[in-house]
Design a binder for this molecule. Structure first.
Ligand SMILES: Cc1cc2nc3c(=O)[nH]c(=O)nc-3n(C[C@H](O)[C@H](O)[C@H](O)COP(=O)(O)OP(=O)(O)OC[C@H]3O[C@@H](n4cnc5c(N)ncnc54)[C@H](O)[C@@H]3O)c2cc1C
Length: 444
């Protein structure tokens, strides 16, 4: 571990991954005068924008609505940037309505308390399904979709995720400091005698050397170091439906509805496309791979890793996930869920979950020269304007006080079944992707 006084500026840095965590870190390094002589390389397995990366999609919710106060505060700093100088054309402040079927869903009341303490006057408490339906312009009167308790925060919004990432990538390119490499990292270069990482080896056997390697490979991070009991990749379903200009004009001015009892949500449509998705416990995809840290090539571990439309271009989502999204749409907007209006696209997008929803932003406790920036846990996107600076503070041994315990490398590994989560997830628990696929797929 590094303390403030012990930190030495590296002459070269390799960042694995060009998503939110990797790109933002590169930006922060390039802007910091201390690093003016540091060579910066980002390596990603696919050309930008990574088609199955978690940071690339039509939309992401931008909210300070957190049950944990430190994230609420950091998100509100990020949001000021979204409103002003950070990809503002991709940010839309149409509100977020957080609901549940009963007040026992403690995350909703925790969020409400935190957004009120930040000092917004744009919050409206909603005490009935009818109130929620009115505020969100829902056509359906079924409280299984809308929920029956919650609030709307009119100062939350959403961003076109791919648009914002493209904008940010251009900002990084303009700095003319980063060497972008397209290639899959096969292994970290580990000296097992000194427990030092000195760069990476790519699939084509080329070797990239660096004084500091930053692993920001999102849900794939578990293929490059042993993250068992620390991070778990979970697949989440998303479904898309084309809608008319009139429908879009009506719905695009309404808040995102996020029902935390079933974890389903609908973000306002844009560019003729409506998105329904689930912020759930997700699918795991147990995969046996060579142990990424072992010098013995025959040693293996089994971890959940992403399986996406890049692995299988015609990948379908399990029928269970399709049905959940369809039922939700049917209960909030029945006229959109008629059989003649199918979803025309769907995908499985991968969260990098941690035991309590905290990010993992820390030096590796065993290997010198290795820093890890991951664990987005389904809520990292909104921090794009600020997370790079926070990561760099951690790299320099100055982790913000209120995140010291949250972002540190865990003291012990805990079996995934014992993880308590952050309280924001709903829906089915313990699903395995292959098993759900075998029950029926929905080919779109
Ligand atoms: C469906 C879904 C909905 C979400 N909704 C929200 C939301 O509403 N609001 C919000 O704030 N957040 C949301 N999030 C979370 C947020 O999008 C993520 O926390 C964030 O994008 C994670 O960024 P990342 O850089 O860790 O991962 P990624 O964007 O996945 O980047 C990792 C990169 O590493 C590369 N890589 C992987 N392995 C290798 C290798 N071996 N060699 C080279 N490169 C490699 C990948 O190609 C990828 O580009 C959501 C996430 C998902 C999946």
């Amino acid at each position: 571990m590094v303390s403030d006084s012990a930190f030495e500026v590296p002459t070269s840095v390799i960042i694995i991954g060009s998503g939110v965590f990797g790109l933002a870190t590169a930006h922060a390094i390039c802007k910091n005068p201390l690093f003016k002589d540091t060579k910066v390389t980002i390596v990603d397995r696919l050309p930008f924008p990574t088609p199955d990366g978690s940071s690339i999609d039509s939309s992401r919710i931008i909210r300070p609505d957190y049950a944990a106060a430190p994230y609420a505060r950091l998100a509100s700093v990020a949001q000021k940037r979204w409103r002003t100088d950070f990809a503002p054309e991709h940010y839309h402040e149409t509100g977020l309505c957080v609901t549940a079927s009963s007040p026992e869903q403690g995350y909703v009341s925790g969020c409400l308390a935190n957004v009120l303490s930040i000092g917004t006057d744009k919050v409206e408490v909603l005490n009935s399904a009818a109130d929620i339906q009115r505020v969100c312009g829902l056509e359906g009167k079924d409280d299984g979709g809308s929920g029956s308790t919650g609030y709307v925060n009119w100062s939350s919004g959403w961003a076109n995720a791919e648009g914002a990432m493209r904008w940010f990538r251009k900002e990084v390119e303009k700095l003319n400091r980063v060497n972008f490499v397209v290639g899959t990292v096969k292994k970290l270069t580990i000296n097992h005698e000194t427990n030092t990482v000195s760069g990476v080896t790519l699939n084509d056997s080329s070797v990239l050397k660096a004084g500091l390697t930053i692993l920001a490979a999102g849900a794939w991070s578990a293929s490059l170091i042993d993250l068992r009991g620390i991070c778990k990749s979970t697949g989440q379903v998303l479904c898309y439906m084309p809608i008319s200009a009139d429908e879009e004009a009506f719905l695009s001015k309404r808040p995102t509805i996020l029902n935390l009892s079933n974890a389903l949500f609908m973000i306002p449509p844009s560019q003729g496309l409506l998105k329904i998705a689930r912020h759930g416990h997700g699918y795991i995809n147990p995969t046996t791979i060579p142990h990424p840290e072992s010098p013995d090539p025959t040693e293996t571990i089994t971890v959940s890793l992403p399986y996406t439309h890049v692995n299988e271009p015609n990948l379908s989502i399990p029928i269970e996930g399709h049905r959940a999204c369809r039922d939700f749409l049917s209960s909030i907007h029945p006229s959109l869920a008629v059989p003649s209006r199918p979803f025309t696209a769907s995908k499985i997008c991968w969260y990098t979950d941690t035991r309590d929803g905290d990010f993992l932003i820390s030096y590796h406790p065993k290997y010198k020269g290795l820093f890890v920036a991951t664990g987005g846990s389904g809520h990292g996107f909104k921090f794009l304007p600020v997370i790079g600076d926070s990561i760099l503070e951690c790299v320099m041994g100055r982790t913000p006080e209120e995140f010291k315990e949250r972002w540190r490398w865990p003291r012990e590994r805990i079996g995934e079944r014992l993880w308590r989560g952050d309280g924001s997830r709903g829906g089915p628990i313990g699903m395995v992707l292959e098993e759900e696929m075998s029950k029926g797929k929905n080919k779109l």
